[in-house]
Ligand binder design. Structure first.
Ligand SMILES: [Zn+2]
Length: 261
């Protein structure tokens, strides 16, 4: 049923992806899996190949991200062998999570979650919102592959959110920022007298933008909503602090509703 829905709405997208997969499968080096520490206390040297994402629970996938961010904040990033990572993933990828992040240069998801090449699907757009294009990519990650957790990741000091608060209009950026205006309007309703350039106001909008885009995903994407309802995947909302590197998970989904943690 879900596959049928996917095929009906995404045939061109699937065709393009299948072509890419066929090309990638011709690569000469076979995949050997990816390494992931068992827990956050392992330090820099304890590694193991993480279990296949298909066998991973959503909670386990979330924990891997949380452990990784702790390593990032604590200065305990795993030592990286990018050449080996490329070789290990040349013929196959096995990502366990999808991240929707802002384009902000300070927030490379693979670094802040201390994950390797082949571990994450990452969608980046100014203001970390979802639209049909982003949702299609998330479906690809959790249906064609087995990304068990989807994270909508906002952040402090977001220029896109600030621009939306100030109603900036400039070329195509106007259309981009329009996706953040619902969050601006919602926060404005509850804070009618707060200046739009007040950092507190802007931060409230950034957080609300995460929540609204989780709700937008659940409302618009029946496929991902069903996977969430079945517990096949987990949808989470989080904020990244550009001042200290911490990711704070703030929202989850309970009975189809986005609730605060
Ligand atoms: Zn941003």
């Amino acid at each position: 049923m879900l596959v049928n829905q996917y095929q009906r709405f995404n045939k061109p997208f699937i065709a393009a992806i299948v072509s890419l997969l066929l090309i990638s499968c011709q690569a000469p080096v076979a995949a050997t899996g990816t390494q992931t520490p068992i827990a956050d206390s392992g330090g820099k040297t304890q590694f193991r190949h993480h279990e296949p994402a298909v066998d991973m629970t959503p909670q386990r996938a979330l924990a891997l991200l949380q452990f990784g961010n702790r390593r990032f904040v604590g200065g305990e990033l795993r030592s990286r062998e990018h050449t080996n990572e490329v070789a290990a993933t040349a013929g196959k990828q096995d990502p366990f999570a999808s991240i929707v992040s802002c384009i902000d240069s300070r927030i490379p998801p693979e670094l802040i979650f201390d994950q390797k090449i082949g571990d994450l699907f990452v969608s980046r757009v100014a203001g970390n919102f979802v639209n049909n294009d982003i949702l299609g990519g998330l479906e690809f990650g959790s249906v064609q592959y087995h990304a068990k957790v989807i994270v909508i990741l906002g952040h402090s000091g977001c220029g896109a959110v600030n621009g939306a608060c100030q109603d900036v209009r400039q070329g195509f950026l106007t259309d981009t920022l329009a996706n953040i205006l619902p969050a601006v309007q919602t926060v404005r309703e509850f804070n009618p007298d707060m200046p739009s350039d007040d950092p507190v106001f802007v931060h409230k909008v950034a957080v609300k933008n995460v929540k609204l885009n989780m709700e937008k995903l659940l409302d618009r994407d029946t496929l991902l909503r069903d996977l969430t309802a079945k517990g096949t995947i987990k949808l989470m909302g989080a904020m990244y602090n550009v001042g200290n590197g911490q990711v704070e998970f703030k929202y989850k989904v309970v009975n189809g509703k986005v609730v605060a943690l």
